[in-house]
Design a protein around this ligand. Structure first.
Ligand SMILES: [Zn+2]
Ligand SMILES: [Zn+2]
Length: 291
């Protein structure tokens, strides 16, 4: 049966000590990767383990130039001849050789179609050259990938309000960061408006702007040193309401989530094997303090 309103979300975690972000969102015919922080080999391995076929991936979109988002890009694009959507400013600040014919630029709020998927980039506040987040839509399902944000600016709020499912950064516990061993300048950088979103800031965004349509909240990009999944879980569990909350672990992949557009259908299903129609996969590893 064709489930045209359906998306699947998976989060895969790179090995501890490494940092990698890569989110896969797609349908039965095509998919995109948001960021390519995992090595090509690891991306292959994890997709195979989940029964996902790399041939479904039609393009890679890059949010910004930090290493945890682009480390696997060159090889992945070259091996599979995958088009890379990356802004000129970001590309200029990447030390990467990507085949010119495979490189495409984008601008804020420009809708890009990949088959029946629509990808809308939007600007965000982060200490990179031209950072963007994305909404990927399939039919009536909208999935947000919103990480590496210093604060919830108007663009983040506006797009968060559209989401049926969202990967939202919940990077650090404010007390842990404050009392931790990071040097002062790093603490200041992380908590600045161009750094990362704290657990409390993520919760505030969720509570103030959670749309009726939101079914799945995947808290992502947790700091290894300044956060703990139990803290995030405890904080959000009491406020989840009807929303399914998932905390991205750094040690193992999440399930495959099947998201349908009609919230009345209670649409979250967990799909263990690939027989899916529309897929969303996230390959994710928590924050590198430089990223
Ligand atoms: Zn970053
Ligand atoms: Zn990052």
């Amino acid at each position: 049966m064709m489930l045209l309103d359906t998306c699947i979300a998976i989060i895969l975690i790179f090995t501890a000590g490494s940092n990698a972000n890569c989110y896969y969102i797609g349908n039965e015919n095509e998919a995109v990767l948001i960021d390519a922080g995992l090595s090509c080999r690891e991306t292959d391995k994890r997709m195979k383990r989940l029964g996902l076929d790399i041939s479904l991936v039609k393009a890679i979109f890059i949010s910004h130039e930090h290493a945890d988002h682009i480390a696997g890009l060159r090889v992945l694009s070259k091996k599979y001849k995958l088009p890379v959507y990356i802004t000129q400013n970001t590309l200029r600040n990447c030390d990467l050789e990507i085949e010119k014919s495979l490189t495409f630029s984008f601008v804020h709020a420009q809708t890009i179609s990949i088959g029946t998927l629509s990808i809308i980039p939007f600007i965000k506040s982060h200490d990179a050259n031209d950072p963007h987040s994305f909404i990927v839509s399939n039919n009536k399902v909208h999935v947000g990938v919103i990480t590496d944000i210093g604060y919830a600016c108007k663009h983040v709020i506006q797009h968060f309000k559209l989401c049926d499912a969202v990967f939202l950064e919940s990077n650090y516990c404010e007390q842990m960061l404050e009392n931790g061993s990071y040097p002062f300048h790093l603490k200041r950088r992380i908590s600045s408006k161009k750094g990362h979103l704290s657990n409390d800031q993520a919760l505030e965004l969720f509570l103030k702007h959670k749309p009726e349509s939101l079914q799945l909240l995947i808290l992502s990009h947790l700091s290894q040193n300044n956060n703990h999944p139990d803290i995030v879980n405890k904080l959000f569990a009491q406020h989840a309401g009807g929303v399914k909350v998932v905390i991205a672990s750094r040690h193992q992949e999440t399930e495959l989530f099947n998201i349908e557009s009609n919230p009345l259908l209670r649409p979250i299903r967990i799909v263990k094997r690939l027989k899916v129609n529309i897929a969303q996969l996230s390959l994710f590893d928590p924050i590198n303090i430089e990223s």
